[in-house]
Design a binder for this molecule. Structure first.
Ligand SMILES: [Zn+2]
Length: 292
């Protein structure tokens, strides 16, 4: 008998009132006769799940707070690549715009530090002495973090100057593997031809307070996960591309806070959005990765 009350609750949750009715009768019958109805109800539940589309089954995971214990572990946050081509040592568009597979291992280095003092150094000045290792490194960082959080589309830009871009753009060759920056569940995969192109939304729960946050990966060339899939930190989810509103391959990495909808869509600032509006709904991707 211990299995019947949960089954009854499940049926009510699923709004299958006829099962609720039958389950109530069965509870009564079973309590009188001692007969176990577990096998019967398990078959019914299997049939219901079979009839639901994948998205209906996933809807249950969108419910805030639902299945908190079962939600995939956040683990820790990492950057989505783990390395960068040494852009500062490459010359001309032909070298700078190669696909990932044509870049040799000895042209790759550690991901550059996100240091605004370096990122704001004028490119024109650095270009005057590109033989200097320090200048090459600076150019690598400037290109890798090509648009800073709330920055202008200008390699010399500061942060928090243009509220229309609530994310970080990272220049990587087309075909580079994009990794999930933390453990979570694939919440959505969609295509916005005029904006983020092919993009993935991964839902996370922060370890400290279970807060729901989303990492968004835009302008992808391909995706290799499906909606509802659990992802581990560092797991490949797609590749860098040029889909959507961009000409050059790069990853648009955006961290959204929960706006309370079951189905989360990437935050897009209003035309007249203030800095306070944008930081209310998004997080600085570098700070996020550093802090978690
Ligand atoms: Zn972007």
């Amino acid at each position: 008998m211990p299995t019947l009350p949960p089954l009854l609750r499940y049926s009510i949750h699923q709004k299958n009132l006829w099962i609720v009715f039958v389950a109530s009768i069965a509870c009564f019958y079973a309590s009188v006769t001692g007969y176990s109805m577990q096998a019967f109800f398990q078959t019914e539940i299997d049939d219901i799940n079979k009839d639901q589309t994948a998205s209906q089954r996933i809807t249950q995971t969108w419910l805030p707070g639902a299945g908190v214990d079962a939600f995939p572990k956040f683990e820790c946050a990492i950057d989505p690549f783990g390395f960068s081509p040494r852009w500062g040592e490459m010359k001309g568009d032909a070298q700078l715009n190669r696909k990932f597979c044509s870049i040799n291992n000895n042209e790759l280095g550690s991901p550059p530090k996100y240091d605004m003092a370096v990122l704001k150094k004028p490119l024109a000045e650095l270009n005057q002495n590109l033989h200097s290792a320090a200048n090459q490194e600076a150019v690598t960082s400037k290109l890798f973090y090509s648009t800073r959080y709330l920055g202008d589309y200008d390699l010399d830009s500061d942060e928090f100057v243009n509220t229309t871009h609530p994310a970080l753009d990272m220049k990587m060759p087309a075909g580079s593997i994009v990794r999930a920056i933390a453990g979570g569940r694939v919440h959505d995969i969609a295509n916005d031809p005029n904006g983020l192109g092919q993009y993935i939304v991964v839902e996370h729960r922060l370890p400290k307070n279970n807060e729901r946050v989303f990492s968004i990966y835009g302008h992808l060339g391909s995706t290799s996960v499906s909606i509802g899939q659990e992802v581990k930190v560092g797991e490949m989810i797609g590749t860098v591309g040029t889909s959507g509103n961009t000409k050059l391959p790069h990853l648009h990495l955006q961290i959204d806070k929960d706006r309370g909808s079951l189905k989360h869509t990437p935050y897009v600032p209003a035309v007249d959005a203030k800095r306070t509006d944008v930081v209310r709904w998004t997080m600085h991707p570098v700070d996020f990765i550093d802090n978690y």
